[in-house]
Design a protein around this ligand. Structure first.
Ligand code: NDP
Length: 328
């Protein structure tokens, strides 16, 4: 079988390995499922793993790929049968255990979800961790903020999480402002996803006072740092901002003032360790609330042979929307 492999002090490469390499020599234990991988996807985190970043690639050697979509070939779980089409996002894949950039994978049943009817394998990979995380962010936001409450800002909007968040929020009836560093290149596309306005990300990246003029009823942030601080500063009374990422930086230069003067909520979003019920809920909502034609419009395709070279591109912010990796 083929697998992209990252090793300490050795650049990532596509290699031939045997099944024992990914733990498949002795069948599957209780609670585990073997999957013939058909598709994976490229996420920011995969770019970090492909670069050997020890914050993501936490074991060596490692097959990266935090997402996989494929067909069950052997099952140690009553929840999944041979032949089922399944998706896995996060759950240590491509970080602490071998992930989706390989022909076959061994996965814990608790991290698998049956791909909902209406979503084919390629589109499930196009959604991937980024889309799943966008939906987790929407699920959290809509607990506090309803369409009609005011404008929702989405940062990193041309990226994977951001693009899906814009499309889903717009379909749900929220009025969305997309913040991007690529207004010229991606502005029209972000409007076609449903954004009512597009702003240059430099507006929000500028360090400022911790409380500013109210502009947003809520926000979905995937970049962190001064951008998240500005979003919090500009969120109106009682608003909620979700935080899932650090594309700009992991710092958060603000004070308690947005929380104590405006009752703003900062809500963390984590896809990696999401429990099974939340995974199923998010995937169910993706099946109903994401326009799959819009998903196609933000999707490009690559192969296992090419994905290694794309790693530095996504880390540099030069990849737009979602990239699916054809594995077989
Ligand atoms: P992408 O690379 O697809 O998108 C990130 C976007 O962030 C870029 O497209 C760009 O948007 C923006 N960006 C990049 N660099 C900067 C910068 N220096 N300043 C401001 N904005 C910047 O990544 P993903 O969408 O896959 O992931 C986004 C973030 O979310 C990553 O940090 C990732 O690790 C994290 N993440 C976390 C998850 C979780 O479970 N918590 C799950 C999934 C992702 P634009 O061009 O529009 O400006």
């Amino acid at each position: 079988m083929r697998a992209v492999v990252v090793e300490k002090d050795r650049p990532a490469s596509l290699r031939e390995v045997d099944e024992a390499f990914v733990g498949l020599a002795d069948g599957v234990a209780d609670g585990q499922v073997a999957v013939d991988v058909h598709w994976s996807s490229l996420n920011y985190k995969d770019g970090m793993a492909l670069a050997g970043d020890p914050g993501v690639a936490r074991v060596s050697p490692l097959v990266p790929g935090i997402d996989l979509v494929g067909v069950v070939s052997a099952s140690g779980s009553s929840d999944f049968a041979v032949g089922d089409l399944v998706v896995a996002n996060g759950a240590g894949l491509g970080e602490t255990r071998h992930g989706g950039f390989a022909d076959r994978a061994l996965v814990e049943a608790g991290s698998l979800v049956a791909v909902p009817d209406g979503i084919d394998a390629r589109r499930a990979a196009a959604i991937g961790t980024a889309g799943f995380t966008a939906m987790l962010s929407v699920l959290r936001l809509e607990r506090d903020v309803r369409p009609g409450d005011g404008e929702i800002v989405v940062t990193g909007a041309a990226g994977g999480v951001g693009s899906v968040a814009v499309a889903v929020l717009s379909r749900l009836g929220y009025s969305v402002t997309a913040s991007t560093g690529r207004v010229d290149e991606r502005g029209a596309h972000l409007r076609s996803l449903g954004a009512s306005s597009v702003v240059d990300r430099s507006e929000l990246a500028e360090p400022g006072r911790p409380v500013q003029r109210s502009r947003w009823a809520g926000g979905i942030d995937s970049v962190g740092s001064t951008t998240l601080a500005s979003v919090l500063a500009q969120t109106s009374w009682g608003g909620t901002v979700t935080a899932c990422g650090l594309a700009q930086g992991s710092d958060l230069p603000t004070t308690v003032l947005p929380f104590i003067l405006r009752a703003v909520t900062l809500a963390g979003v984590n896809s990696v360790d999401a429990p099974p019920a939340l995974r199923r809920e998010a995937w169910g909502r993706l099946a109903t609330d994401l326009d799959l034609d819009l998903l196609d419009s933000m999707t490009t395709e690559t192969t296992l042979d090419e994905v290694v070279a794309l790693g530095p591109e996504i880390v540099a912010g030069r990849v737009a929307g979602r990239t699916v990796v054809r594995v077989r």
